[in-house]
Design a protein around this ligand. Sequence first.
Ligand code: PXP
Length: 245
Amino acid sequence: MTKLGVNIDHIATIRQARHALEPDPVAAAVIAELAGADGITIHLRGDRRHIQDDDVRRLRETVTTRLNMEMAPTPEMVRIALRFRPDQVTFVPEKPGEVTTEGGLDILKNRKAAASAIRELQKGRLEISLFIDPDLAQVDAAAELRVPMIELNTRSYAEACPRSPDLDRATVQRELNKITAASDRGAGLGLKILAGHGLTYRNVRLISDIADIVELNIGHNIVARAALVGMARAVKEMLQAMGRH
Ligand code: PXP
């Protein structure tokens, strides 16, 4: 059974659009959990464009499943993670001005910085995941850093099938093969394999069917549907799309 982590960043995006009090990501997290989410994910960005420090504090007090905090491996974020102690920290690269995370962490290029941030968090007994592209060299490098898990970037797969995977099966299959090979390699090295980015109700099933992938992190598409049909229904429908009932 593939688990679902619901990323609620864009509930905060709606709130920050007016610098208002609503909608509250804490309320969204509670509703998502009641609807069956296995975890709540947030990305505390350096520019604080959506989730704020105080949201992390309030979510840490409220979330009863697992709180996964995505963050860049910077000294500022390491300090914040050690203070609020999420159940999981996912290191992601961050570029100023990007609309969303553009790719996985390049561990081959940034091994030293990643290793130092990992060491700090492991000293504080926090669990760490690395968001990487589905590339065998990156998977090997992640395993060498002795983290327990990785999250494979599904962005290229998702961009290959913005509507339905059936429409361009050859390109989709190529991207899917990369993800399957990377998850195979990671699982063989003893890593727990997660995946996410750009997943939708229409394209999620081919990813949730990959046996080694145990958890997906999905945000934008769930929040987009939640805006129209409500958070509980949006979460339940994603679980159904993943083959869970
Ligand atoms: N996983 C990671 C590491 C991410 O950075 C994001 C985007 O914040 C997601 C998953 C979720 O992506 P999406 O919002 O496209 O579902």
